[in-house]
Design a protein around this ligand. Structure first.
Ligand SMILES: Cc1cc2nc3c(=O)[nH]c(=O)nc-3n(C[C@H](O)[C@H](O)[C@H](O)COP(=O)(O)O)c2cc1C
Length: 236
């Protein structure tokens, strides 16, 4: 007759060995590699984006083609949005949303000679200004520009570029050491390469890559889109 103690001992020892192999197997198993690319939307590091005591300026240019919220033509609707019964330019609206969210000072670039609100005439003028590489004069100057650390700059896309008055603005001030954050509205061209254009112009500034861009056809998404973008860049 077989010894029952010996039999149980064999069972216990075999079970222990099996368990150890199992644990060992787990310990030495190659960790599963996760090959799925993950989208990491980290804020750009070490860049001032307007947190703490950094002083923010939100500068924008915008040309709503009417101030009457009633009976807008298609072109007027394209160039403007009605918020609480008031007509705002598309870029103006985005500037206001940014300002509501992060504070700072808001400044509208005002041309010395106001642009016409007549669509055809505006298009003709913009064409002419781009052709002649004009620098339309700005009426309102910022006396304390040096105080700002972070400058948001907003503009509509005009003929695949910034309106010429933006060139006037960029050439008017010393941007060295400042963070520049761009936002724009458009009719299909998105940013149209303007981030690089500004980067090349403002060598001494840090122009962040993640600029905001919104189609005039999606203006109703502006609040949600602005919030998400401000989070992405670490400003909110
Ligand atoms: C003179 C002019 C030229 C424009 N050129 C372009 C263009 O090249 N690409 C584009 O996507 N949208 C173009 N647009 C559309 C504007 O970018 C768009 O309507 C913008 O949202 C207007 O912004 P605002 O209301 O702040 O001025 C042009 C508009 C005007 C008036």
């Amino acid at each position: 007759m077989k010894n029952p103690i010996k039999k149980s001992l064999i069972i216990i020892v075999s079970a222990t060995i099996a368990a150890l192999i199992g644990i060992g197997g787990c310990i030495f198993m190659q960790p599963q590699k996760n090959n799925t690319p993950q989208k990491v939307t980290e804020p750009e590091k070490q860049v001032k984006v307007g947190k703490g005591d950094q002083k923010i300026l939100i500068a924008y240019f915008s040309v709503p083609e009417t101030d009457n919220p009633n009976k807008m033509t298609k072109e007027e609707e394209n160039s403007a949005i009605v918020v609480d019964g008031k007509v705002l330019g598309n870029t103006q609206y985005v500037a206001m949303l940014i300002n509501e969210k992060i504070g700072g000072d808001i400044y509208r670039i005002e041309p010395k000679t106001p642009y016409t609100t007549n669509h055809k005439a505006l298009v003709a003028q913009a064409t002419e200004e781009q052709k002649s590489n004009a620098r339309p004069e700005i009426a309102n100057k910022i006396s304390n520009f040096g105080d700002y650390d972070v400058i948001y700059i907003g503009y509509p896309i005009w003929w695949g570029d910034m309106p010429q008055i933006l060139y006037t603005f960029l050439e008017m001030y010393d941007f060295s050491g400042k963070t520049v954050i761009l936002f724009s509205t458009h009719g299909g061209s998105r940013l149209a390469g303007t981030v690089n254009t500004v980067k090349n112009k403002l060598g001494g500034a840090t122009v962040i890559k993640n600029a905001f861009s919104l189609s005039r056809d999606n203006m109703e998404q502006a609040p949600k889109r602005v919030d998400a973008w401000l989070k992405e860049i670490g400003a909110d």
